[in-house]
Ligand binder design. Structure first.
Ligand SMILES: *[C@@H]1O[C@H](CO)[C@@H](O)[C@H](O)[C@H]1NC(C)=O
Ligand SMILES: *[C@@H]1O[C@H](CO)[C@@H](O)[C@H](O)[C@H]1NC(C)=O
Ligand SMILES: *[C@@H]1O[C@H](CO)[C@@H](O)[C@H](O)[C@H]1NC(C)=O
Ligand SMILES: *[C@@H]1O[C@H](CO)[C@@H](O)[C@H](O)[C@H]1NC(C)=O
Ligand SMILES: *[C@@H]1O[C@H](CO)[C@@H](O)[C@H](O)[C@H]1NC(C)=O
Ligand SMILES: *[C@@H]1O[C@H](CO)[C@@H](O)[C@H](O)[C@H]1NC(C)=O
Ligand SMILES: *[C@@H]1O[C@H](CO)[C@@H](O)[C@H](O)[C@H]1NC(C)=O
Length: 835
């Protein structure tokens, strides 16, 4: 059984062979492709006795915690980092389920659209090469050979492999960080005196305590290592492509409100203590702590008394078997999904769509009028000191007038959009509410004669794609937003595309739209409602010829025109797809029309409320996913100037959009398994050989307690780019770079004032660049992206060596070859760990 799985795993990964044929099997060690799981100063290695007692020691802390009043409401309790790690490291794994999981994950990861680009990143992309499938194969082989026997090590190794891709859409929602995670005793702030001199790193509490008696001293070293190198190491495995965006992740901020990854450690920091050396010469040692999951009203740690019990009751639990593993196991999944939601990397649009159709009988799914979806003059968490004129009820977007808080005659308006989705799962009509808030705000801005607009997208990791299109169209109603998408070719994506195209053809689409009739689907028959569900998945998948338009916005004539595959960069893809925004099924949310389309088509004749030269986009680099799509519209189509805040203190240009610029995430369990089920419910394999093919290529449910996994599904390709490179492989500098000051870090309106002075006032120079004389903001004179990144000096792991370049569009028989990818380019130096 295991032998068979190995063979299948190897033959699966096999899509394009990048460089040399593998020289020898023996050298395909884990360190060749996967950064080492653990290393770093002062590494702590538990003894056998530590491992044996770790979980029981947590149980002792839990036993006294449950007698406190906090235990009635708390979701976590604090423990010593040593016993936390002792317990985690003692969790074993059983080979067969672990291998089956890795096998399923490797099947799914092949839908990652950029897998070939990750293995051989284009020059100047700033990416270190990551051979994901080769790395998974290595880990698989190590488990099979018995050299990985700890579940924590397996999680950490696979996590490092996926995180090393710096692709926010590529992840596994692991169980262990929801069970136990770690903390430093305080967070850090990264501050410059004026926003222009390079920043320095401070203990946040010191900054808050700053007074005429106490001037905080900057940190110069962490664990004896230069502070800049240490923070780069700490943040290496953050999701953003830009090293400056990753840098920002370490620090406390107010917009968005976060304490930063120096404070909140997903995984064990490698040691139980650390030292800081300050500029005043003091060196101080501090202890890490940890927190363990608590379920109010019960004591799960009275059961989880050993690593073996955690494996049996929490990890080796099939989530599809009702009641298995008890409530602790399902609570872990819930928590892992909540974490994802906070990172706004879900794709909840489908849930929203189904929620509406399911409620169609109750009549409760019609959105309330706009006036009930907004609030005026209430506080907004990201902006202490100033209240937005208007915000949506879910606190996603706030609209401000500078004159309201400066008391002068400023003609500047501000839109602060924290995401393109709410944090709260139970948010009411999130898309409608944001649309209403923005529309009412822009009307008021015009009434007040506002001339300038600052759009603040700091911390905006994306969300609903249609919300991004809508915001753009409200600002530039007469412009057609262009986002050229494509999906990686794979035998399974081909089969799914054939099935959806056959099931949801033009007649079915026309019939459904007639039946919905501009309403909320309340009159659909059961059969029609079921068809609608299939159509919604077809729409989400992007794999239906009739629900997509081509790069010129025209319907595809044939399936082959649509699906291709096109040979690019040694890999294969669909042809370029664009959204049919006039088709309510293609947009995928009943009753929500993007401004300028369908029921809101008449808006496209309105004139833009602001001219492009009077609009500035402010980011902290985090901007990803839907925010990346939105920013691309602004920068590439309107030449909007950008400001980026923060980043490494190096005085160099820094990317405005530092997160993934992929156009859609697809989740394994919530999405892909449903695509597969629709194929298998409606079509039967011709024979046992075809059945075997389906089993080989279609993802199947995880049988371990993994809440979710995801890949970047759609690339975003700029129309002008002759190489058709996914946008995240370009790092495009902001026109103006600033560092935070103590004032601009906490008070957004202070930052907006500084941006206003730099754009329209008497201040000229930014820390890097300027808003005054920015001419071409993206790309060369033809709009072709120009990257500020490079191979070899931006990534922390740049010791990997040269990246081999592709020659020609060679397509390799994917069914036959073993994927070895760029093992040699990953080099012998291994990687260094980020925690
Ligand atoms: C690698 O291993 C495979 C299977 O064990 C074997 O057929 C092949 O000859 C080996 N390749 C090299 C270069 O040793
Ligand atoms: C990675 O681990 C291997 C095996 O333990 C070790 O030989 C190598 O030095 C490590 N590399 C780094 C960069 O820590
Ligand atoms: C040095 O600076 C640190 C950080 O501000 C502070 O905690 C410490 O007390 C200072 N040491 C001395 C001797 O002033
Ligand atoms: C907004 O609310 C604050 C606090 O309630 C109040 O002081 C202020 O006058 C209000 N502003 C407007 C424009 O209504
Ligand atoms: C649904 O049916 C009712 C009753 O026949 C009708 O009044 C209503 O207009 C229909 N709604 C739509 C959107 O067609
Ligand atoms: C810039 O403008 C501000 C307000 O308009 C003014 O207070 C300040 O003195 C000016 N600075 C310079 C250098 O002109
Ligand atoms: C743009 O402005 C900056 C700051 O004033 C200046 O250093 C730079 O030379 C200017 N660039 C151009 C192309 O004019």
């Amino acid at each position: 059984m295991l032998g068979k799985a190995t063979a299948a795993l190897l033959s699966l990964g096999t899509l394009a062979r990048a460089v040399a044929v593998p020289q020898d099997n023996a050298s395909a060690t884990t360190s060749a492709r996967v950064p080492n799981a653990t290393s770093g100063p002062g590494r702590y290695v538990p003894s056998a006795a530590d491992l044996a007692s770790g979980c029981a020691n947590i149980g002792r802390v839990a036993a006294s915690f449950v007698r406190t009043s906090d235990a009635q409401t708390a979701n976590f309790f604090q423990i010593d980092s040593k016993i936390a790690y002792d317990c985690l490291a003692s969790i074993p794994l059983e080979q067969e389920p672990a291998l089956e999981f890795l096998f399923e994950l490797s099947k799914f990861v092949q839908f990652q659209s950029t897998i070939t680009y990750l293995a051989r990143p284009p020059a100047n992309s700033g990416q270190d090469p990551m051979d994901v499938l080769g790395g998974l194969t290595d880990i698989y082989n190590s488990v099979e050979a018995g050299s990985i026997t700890s579940w924590n090590e397996l999680e950490t190794r696979v996590d490092a492999l996926l995180s090393g891709c710096h692709e926010g859409h590529l992840y596994v929602a692991w169980p262990l960080p929801s069970l136990i995670n770690f903390r430093a005793p305080f967070s850090l702030m990264d501050l410059s005196p004026d926003g222009k001199q390079a920043s320095r790193v401070f203990v946040a509490d010191d900054v808050r305590a700053s007074s005429s008696q106490f001037r905080p001293s900057a940190i110069t070293q962490i664990d004896g290592e230069d502070v800049v190198t240490a923070i780069e190491r700490l943040t290496y495995y953050e999701a953003s492509q830009s090293p400056d965006t990753r840098w920002n992740a370490a620090f406390e901020s107010q917009n968005p409100p976060k304490r930063g990854s120096f404070y909140a450690r997903t995984r064990y920091p490698g040691a139980n203590t650390f030292t800081l050396t300050f500029q005043n010469g003091t060196t101080t040692e501090y202890r890490y702590t940890a927190v363990a999951l608590h379920q109010p009203g019960s004591n799960i740690w009275s059961v989880l008394t050993s690593g073996q019990v955690i494996w049996d009751r929490i990890i080796n639990v099939d989530p599809n078997v009702r009641g298995s593993g008890g409530s602790g196991a399902s609570r872990l999944r819930t928590r892992a999904l909540e974490e994802l939601r906070k990172r706004k990397l879900n794709n909840d649009q489908l849930d929203e769509t189904f929620r509406r159709i399911e409620k169609r009988q109750s009549g409760s799914n019609a959105p309330p009028p706009p006036s009930q979806l907004v609030r005026y003059n209430s506080s907004f968490p990201d902006t202490p000191g100033v209240r937005p004129y208007i915000q949506d009820i879910n606190q996603v977007v706030g609209g401000y007038f500078m004159a309201d808080y400066t008391g002068d005659a400023s003609k500047t308006a501000i839109i602060d959009i924290t995401g393109f989705a709410p944090d709260d799962q139970n948010a009411r009509f999130p898309t409608h509410a944001v649309q209403a808030a923005v529309e009412l705000f822009l009307a008021e801005a015009q009434r007040r004669g506002m001339e300038r607009l600052i759009i603040d997208v700091r911390g905006n990791g994306g969300g609903f794609v249609n919300m991004g299109y809508d915001l753009y169209k409200q600002l530039f109603p007469n412009s057609d937003p262009y986002s050229g998408n494509r999906i990686r070719y794979h035998p399974a994506s081909l089969r799914i595309a054939q099935a959806f195209t056959q099931l949801i053809d033009q007649d079915v689409i026309d019939g459904l739209i007639r039946a919905i009739g501009g309403g909320m689907g309340e009159n659909l028959s059961t059969v029609q409602a079921n068809t609608y569900q299939v159509a919604a998945y077809a729409s989400l998948s992007g794999l239906d010829q009739f629900l997509n338009l081509d790069k010129d916005g025209k319907p595809f004539n044939t399936f082959d025109d649509f699906f291709g595959p096109a040979n690019i960069y040694g890999d294969r893809f669909t042809n370029i797809l664009t959204y049919d925004l006039d088709n309510l099924l293609a947009v995928g949310d009943l009753s929500y029309d993007i401004t300028g389309y369908d029921d809101r088509a008449s808006y496209s004749t309105r004139s833009p409320p602001f001219t492009p030269e009077n609009v500035i986009l402010v980011t902290d680099g985090v901007c990803a996913s839907t925010c990346g799509i939105f920013a691309e519209f602004l920068r590439n189509q309107q030449r909007i100037r950008t400001v980026v805040v923060g980043g490494r203190p190096n005085g160099e240009p820094s990317a405005a959009v530092g997160g993934t610029r992929g156009a859609q995430v697809i989740q394994h369990t919530a999405h892909m398994l449903n695509f597969v089920q629709i194929v298998e419910n409606n079509f039967t394999p011709r024979d046992s050989a075809e059945q075997a093919d389906w089993d080989r290529v279609f993802p199947r449910p995880f049988k371990l307690n993994i809440a979710e996994a995801a890949v970047n599904w759609k690339d975003n390709i700029r129309r002008a780019d002759p190489t058709q490179t996914p946008l995240q492989f370009y790092l495009e500098a902001a026109d103006c770079r600033l560092y935070y000051t103590p004032q601009t870090l906490i008070f957004s309106h202070e930052l907006w004032s500084q941006v206003g002075r730099l754009a329209w006032g008497n201040e000229t120079d930014c820390a890097v660049g300027s808003l005054k004389n920015a001419t071409v903001v993206t790309g060369d004179s033809n709009g072709v992206p120009v990257s500020i990144g490079s191979n070899g000096d931006t990534g922390f792991n740049s010791g990997y060596g040269d990246t081999p370049q592709l020659t020609g569009d060679r397509v390799i028989d994917t069914a036959k070859l073993i994927w070895y990818g760029v093992r040699n380019s990953l080099g012998a130096s291994g990687g260094r760990r980020g925690y």
